[in-house]
Design a binder for this molecule. Structure first.
Ligand SMILES: *Cc1c(COP(=O)(O)O)cnc(C)c1O
Length: 428
C-alpha cells in the first residue's frame, strides 16, 4: 500500500503540531509506523489522502455507530447550521436531547451537556464532592476518564502505551485525593475506604474500554454499590465510551447495578463534540445555577452538536433490535479471530459487548489492567501493521477497543477474518 502523501503530511504536521497530532493516541507510537491522514469517510470505510480505502474499526474512537456520512445525521447537521452555529442561549434541541436520554436511562433524572467526555467526568466529580462534602475519589487502574488533573493516574491506553502512568505538569497535590483500586477486585476498593477519611465517589467504566475491552463482573459492581451505600459515597458510571455502544439502556440495564451519576460522550454527539453528565435529581440540583457547584461552557449544548446527537440517539431508540444485530456481527468477527489464532497456536483472548469488541494477544484471561499488560504488544504491532496493509484500520494500540457500526457489513467482517487468518498463518 502506498502511503507517500500521508508520510509527507506527517513530517510537515510534526513541524507544526507537537507529535503531529492533536490527541496522542493518533500518532501510532505504540505500533510504530506513521499515522494515515484521512481524506474522507464513506459508510464503513475510511479513505486516506493517498486514496487507499480501509474498513474502519475505530470509528472516530467510538462516536460513529452509524458509520461515516450517515444521511440522517448529516441532514440534521446541515439543517442546524443554516439556523446559526451558536447562540449562547437556550434552544429547544437541548431539552429534546435531554428528554430523550432521560427516557432511555433509568438512572438519569436530570442531565447537563458539555463539549467533551473529559469535561463531563471532571464536572461529575466536582458535583459528587460538592454533594457529599468530601474530597477523596476512588478510581481503577486501567480506567480512563479524560485528561483532567485528578484523573490522570494509571489511566489505561494512553498511559499504558507511552509508559507514563501519570503526567508531568500534574502537581502531586492534585492527585493526593485520588485513591487507586484494582478493577474487579472488591477487596482493593474496601482498602481504599479504610484508608480514606471520606470517599466522595467511586468512578468506574462499568465496561472498561480503555485498557482493551474488559467488562466488570456483575457481582463486583453489585458489591461496589453496597460499599458506596454503606459509606455514603456516590457511584459514578463513566459510560462516555460504553454508553449507546454496549447496549441501548446503559450498563445499568445489563449489569443490574444502578449508579448515582452517569457520564456520557462519544455516541451522544454523533461525531460532533458532546459530553454529558446526569443522574439523581437531588444530586443534579446541587449544580449551578440551581445549586452552588459551579460548572459552565461557552459552547455547551451547541445547536449543531445537539442536532447530530439527537439524530443519532433517536435513531438508536427507534431501532431497538439494532444492538442485537450488531452484536452478532461483532461476535462473528471475534470468533473468527479466535478460531484462526487457535489454529496457529497463538494465544488470543476475545470479548464482545454490543458493538464493542476487544482482543488481547495473551494466553491468560484478562480481568484487570495487570492482566492486560501481560499481552504480547510486539505481536499486536505486527498484526496491526499487516492488517493496515491489507486494508483494515484497527486502533493503533493493544489497549483499545474496536467498534462495529451499522455500515460494517457481514462481507467486511468475513474479509477481515480472512485477512487475519493469513496473517496468523504467516506468523514469524
Ligand atoms: C473517551 C473517554 C473519555 C474522554 O472523553 P473525551 O471526549 O476524549 O474528552 C472519558 N471517559 C471514557 C470512558 C472515555 O472512553
Amino acid at each position: 500500500m502506498n502511503t507517500q502523501h500521508s508520510q509527507e503530511a506527517f513530517i510537515q504536521a510534526q513541524e507544526l503540531i507537537p507529535g503531529g497530532v492533536n490527541s496522542p493516541v493518533r500518532a501510532f507510537k505504540s505500533v510504530g509506523g506513521t499515522p494515515l491522514f484521512i481524506a474522507r469517510g464513506e459508510g464503513g470505510y475510511l479513505v486516506d489522502i493517498d486514496d487507499n480505502k480501509y474498513v474502519d474499526y475505530v470509528q472516530s474512537w467510538g462516536p460513529l455507530i452509524f458509520g461515516h456520512r450517515d444521511e440522517s445525521i448529516e441532514n440534521a447537521v446541515i439543517d442546524a447550521v443554516k439556523h446559526g452555529l451558536s447562540f449562547g442561549a437556550p434552544t429547544l434541541a437541548e431539552s429534546e436531547l435531554a428528554q430523550l436520554i432521560i427516557s432511555i436511562y433509568d438512572s438519569i433524572e436530570k442531565i447537563r451537556f458539555v463539549s467533551s467526555g473529559t469535561e463531563a467526568v471532571m464536572s461529575a466529580i466536582r458535583l459528587a464532592r460538592g454533594f457529599t462534602g468530601r474530597d477523596d475519589i476512588v478510581k481503577f487502574t486501567g480506567c480512563y476518564h479524560g485528561h483532567s488533573d485528578a484523573l490522570l493516574v494509571q489511566a489505561g491506553s494512553g498511559a499504558a502505551t507511552f509508559g507514563t502512568p501519570s503526567s508531568p505538569g500534574v502537581p502531586a497535590d492534585f492527585t493526593k485525593h485520588t485513591l487507586l483500586a484494582e478493577y474487579n477486585n472488591i477487596e482493593s476498593v474496601r482498602q481504599c475506604f479504610t484508608d480514606s477519611q471520606g470517599v466522595a465517589c467511586v468512578i468506574i467504566e462499568p465496561i472498561a474500554g480503555n485498557m482493551g475491552l474488559v467488562p466488570a463482573d456483575k457481582e463486583f459492581l453489585a458489591q461496589l454499590r453496597t460499599l458506596c451505600d454503606e459509606h455514603g459515597a456516590l457511584l459514578i458510571f463513566d459510560e462516555v465510551m460504553s454508553g449507546f455502544r454496549a447496549c441501548l439502556h446503559g450498563a445499568e440495564s445489563i449489569t443490574g447495578t444502578t449508579p448515582d451519576l452517569v457520564t456520557l460522550g462519544k455516541v451522544i454527539g454523533g461525531g460532533m463534540p458532546v459530553g454529558a453528565f446526569g443522574g439523581r435529581r437531588d444530586i443534579m440540583a446541587m449544580l449551578s445555577p440551581e445549586g452552588g457547584v459551579y460548572q459552565a461552557g461557552t459552547l455547551s449544548g451547541n445547536p449543531v452538536a445537539m442536532a447530530a446527537g439527537l439524530a443519532s440517539v433517536s435513531k438508536l431508540r427507534n431501532n431497538p433490535k439494532l444492538f442485537g444485530v450488531l452484536e452478532t456481527r461483532a461476535k462473528r468477527l471475534m470468533q473468527g479471530f479466535a478460531d484462526a489464532a487457535k489454529a496457529h497456536n497463538i494465544g488470543l483472548q476475545t470479548d464482545v459487548r454490543g458493538t464493542m469488541f476487544g482482543f488481547f494477544f495473551s494466553d491468560d484471561e484478562v480481568h484487570n489492567f495487570a492482566n492486560a499488560l501481560k499481552s504480547d504488544t510486539a505481536r499486536f504491532a505486527k498484526f496491526h501493521a499487516a492488517m493496515l496493509d491489507a486494508g483494515f484500520y484497527f486502533a493503533c494500540s493493544q489497549f483499545e477497543t474496536g467498534f462495529i457500526s451499522t455500515a460494517t457489513t457481514d462481507t467486511m467482517i468475513e474479509e477481515t477474518i480472512a485477512a487475519a487468518q493469513k496473517i496468523f498463518a504467516a506468523k514469524d
